[in-house]
Design a protein around this ligand. Structure first.
Ligand code: MF3
Ligand code: CO
Ligand code: CO
Length: 276
């Protein structure tokens, strides 16, 4: 990784808009299949076929191999219940009460679109429902901090505050990341921190915000497959992810499509106030 944060050209931004929309549309496509009885391997196969055969996009995770890792063997990540991130699709059957994060990254014309959503199988427990809601709010509170001149620490602080206020904890070993022609590039976008610290944002930067929030303690453990990360206390974890562009006046979320859940009311109310 280079230690400078790239500023995307207008042409690169256009490519990232397309990749971002396609990444979100894979989540739209798979939504009706995420129900009791399906295996995570089947969800992977369906997403792979859709990306390759319908979109003409490339699943970025497949064979992805950062330093110190083995090549990732599948096309999406499926993180169930106490899996924090990087769950590998397999023959595991989803059952009522499970909660799963599907993390999709497509490559289109060389550009990456990275996003994830939470899905409930049947009726979730009150705990898991609230955890997922708070995590979604955390992501959007972070996004709302994005504008030129603001600091990356502002994002982390907003996320950490909201998570901890609700009695949850923030995973520290994984963070958001710059993204473009490269899957993971500078900067690191921490989901905890202090306002006014770390790099200043500039128009044309593109990065993800993808808080992993644990119902219990923040401690993690690595599974023997080289990828899967779980909570140490076996309590559930939630994650939502968007890819975001810093604009001249604020932000543009790139990973949006017809099926994206609406932003929380505090976002739409703030937008209405600006428009008035
Ligand atoms: N999509 C994940 C992220 O948000 C990265 C997954 S890497 C993989 O950064 F190899 F596990 F797919
Ligand atoms: Co990401
Ligand atoms: Co992702």
């Amino acid at each position: 990784m280079s230690d400078i944060i790239s500023i995307k050209t207008p042409e690169e931004i256009e490519g990232m808009r397309i990749a971002g929309r396609l990444g979100s549309e894979v989540l739209d496509y798979i939504t009706p299949f995420v129900k009791a009885g399906v295996t995570t391997g089947e969800l992977d196969r369906l997403c792979h076929e859709y990306m390759v055969n319908v979109q003409g996009s490339i699943p970025a995770p497949l064979n992805y191999c950062p330093p110190g890792y083995t090549p990732y063997p599948k096309s999406i990540c499926t993180s169930v219940n106490d899996v924090i991130c990087h769950g590998i699709p397999d023959e595991k059957v989803l059952k009522n009460g499970d909660v799963v994060n599907l993390d999709i990254t497509v490559i289109k014309d060389g550009f990456h679109g990275d996003n994830s959503r939470m899905f409930f199988i049947g009726e979730p427990s009150q705990l898991v429902k609230r955890l997922s809601e708070v995590t979604y709010e955390c992501m959007w509170l972070g996004i709302a901090k994005v504008k030129p001149g603001a600091h990356l620490g502002d994002i982390g602080h907003a996320i950490q505050q909201h998570a901890e206020k609700n009695g949850y904890s923030v995973v520290r070993e994984f963070c958001g990341h710059g993204i473009g022609r490269v899957f993971h590039e500078e900067p690191q976008v921490l989901h905890y921190g202090r306002p006014g610290t770390l790099e200043r944002m500039e128009a044309g930067m593109i990065f993800t915000i993808e808080p992993m929030i644990n119902a219990g303690r923040r401690d993690i453990r690595h599974m023997g497959d080289g990828w899967t990360v779980k909570t140490k206390d076996r309590k559930p974890s939630a994650q939502w992810e968007h890819t975001v562009l810093v604009t001249e006046t604020g932000y543009e979320v790139l990973t949006l499509s017809a099926g994206s859940p609406p932003p929380p009311a505090f976002i739409t109310e703030a937008q209405a106030a600006v428009a008035a």
